[in-house]
Write a protein that binds this ligand. Sequence first.
Ligand SMILES: Cc1cc2nc3c(=O)[nH]c(=O)nc-3n(C[C@H](O)[C@H](O)[C@H](O)COP(=O)(O)OP(=O)(O)OC[C@H]3O[C@@H](n4cnc5c(N)ncnc54)[C@H](O)[C@@H]3O)c2cc1C
Length: 452
Amino acid sequence: MAGPDVVIVGAGAAGIFAALAAAESGARVLLLEKTPRIGTKILISGNGKCNIAHDGPIEEVLKAFRPNEARFLRPSVYRMPNREILRIFTDRGLEVYTREDGRVFPTHQTARDVVQILRDRLDEAGVALCLDTPVKRILHDGGRVVGVETDEPTGRSSATRGSAGPAWGAKALLNEVLAERDSGGRPLGARTIDCSKVILAVGGSSYPNSGTTGDGYPWVLELGHGMVKIRGALAPIYLALEESPVEGHSGVAIRDALVKLRSGGREVQRVQRDLLITHQGLSGPAALFVSRVAAEEMERGDCRVEVDLLPSARPEQVQEDWIEAGRRNPHGRVANRLTELLPESLIEPFLRSAAIPTETLLGRLGKKERNRLVEALKGWNLGRIRAVPLEKGECVAGGVPLDEVDPRTMKSLRCEGLWICGELLDIAGPVGGYNLQAAFATGWAAGESAAG
Ligand SMILES: Cc1cc2nc3c(=O)[nH]c(=O)nc-3n(C[C@H](O)[C@H](O)[C@H](O)COP(=O)(O)OP(=O)(O)OC[C@H]3O[C@@H](n4cnc5c(N)ncnc54)[C@H](O)[C@@H]3O)c2cc1C
């Protein structure tokens, strides 16, 4: 019986698209997945709703990435653009809608339906899928890949099917790969699968419970690649709480805040979105957005989060406004006026930051106090960042350096017979469907190329 033409390691977004592209190009494809299911991160994406892609012209989509990432992604994203990605699903009855901000979601269905469509397509394409089959090593000889070694069993194999594709005996191959299993479907031990073409699609190392535990990192290093340091991205931010005014206020949100990152006193990033206070620090759209830069900057030294509560007003205007308020309503409390800007429970800590007594009346606000108030309104220091937890990020930044991979094909420029795609690459887009899109597109490019 013929062995596989291509072995793909990891059945996430990138691995599944790689498998579809390779199988539809006529290759015999073996897809090995560590966990008992495919597309685990797709299932949890967008809170189970799955933000599949980002709509709009490709050049606009690429602008969301860092310039070097956009340059790298351009060929594969043009080859498998957002509309084509969506067609893979809509052809099978998935209805999608685009939110005002460009994010595309299934209309009625959930991430489960998205994954089921992919599962059906893998079967129809004749991909031999082995679940519960962790790969342990990538075998190589003289700078070229020669196969993979699977690990000892991790658990029960819940599904190891694969329809017989028209061109080859996927079932027969599965039987061979899975031959040594007990009656419950558990593989009986490590085994070697020979193959001269291997696509690595094992993702990063965030959400390790989903199966992504950074297995690919030591492999690519052994295969001659470098590694851009792995850091958290799209993650919550942990603050040094002992010096933070928001300590003890978890669950409170600051709406539409202008959040600024200050590193060594210099502003390095800003974004205007909702900010959520947690028991460890900050989360919500604004924190996730700045987390990648925060993770980089905190390594350089003091990096802080600051909030501008009146982003559309200049400091002089704010001054005038408070003077006028004091004239109009001298017996009103400063604290009451702040309820327009802050949730009630944050007013006291805010005033403490500005060294203004809580009971202060508008008419009694002295010049120095007013200056401190305006300063705090335009840049409330929420504290020093102490960590950006890698494991809690929606993706990781860092990975295989982009100049070590051919952007048209995802072929490794360091090792013959190796393709690398998805989050294992040094790419981390913002929230908005960008990361799945990048995984789909790079996976597709890898699959087409490896099949050719
Ligand atoms: C909570 C959460 C929400 C998200 N929401 C969105 C969203 O709405 N939109 C969006 O665009 N992005 C979202 N993302 C990011 C997106 O899910 C990932 O960027 C994308 O899934 C990466 O795809 P990938 O195929 O490269 O890796 P993964 O999807 O992580 O897939 C890698 C696969 O490889 C398997 N694997 C690992 N090691 C081995 C091994 N040794 N042997 C065999 N298999 C192995 C893993 O089990 C996994 O199935 C979200 C991420 C998270 C965590």
